[in-house]
Design a protein around this ligand. Structure first.
Ligand SMILES: [Ca+2]
Ligand SMILES: [Ca+2]
Length: 100
């Protein structure tokens, strides 16, 4: 059993207004690979999510539903929020099929 932390990014239109938002989920997962049986399990055991959106007609992301000390420098400030915006502004450029 191995525990790891990661970030899951989902582009979606939460409020169906035609403008996409980005959900950023900070997850803790446990993976287990059994060489004998070949079985593999991957379970998210803990997570919290932040929704990043564009407000006031902005072309870039400028609003986060919540944020903590993302860079873990001991304070919660605009730089932490900016990291979330930068992540959202990057992932929105990826062209991934949503499958619907
Ligand atoms: Ca929207
Ligand atoms: Ca900080």
């Amino acid at each position: 059993m191995e525990t790891s932390k990661g970030i899951l990014l989902t582009v979606l239109d939460v409020n169906k207004d035609g403008v996409q938002e980005v959900k950023i989920e900070f997850v803790t997962r446990e993976t287990d690979f059994d060489l004998g049986s070949g079985s593999f399990s991957d379970t998210i055991v803990d997570s919290y999510a932040v929704l990043v959106s564009k407000k006031n007609g902005s072309t870039t992301f400028n609003k986060a539903s919540a944020h903590g000390d993302i860079d873990q420098n001991g304070d919660i400030d605009m730089e932490d929020e900016q990291l979330l915006f930068d992540l959202a502004n990057t992932v929105i450029k990826f062209k991934v099929s949503s499958g619907n």
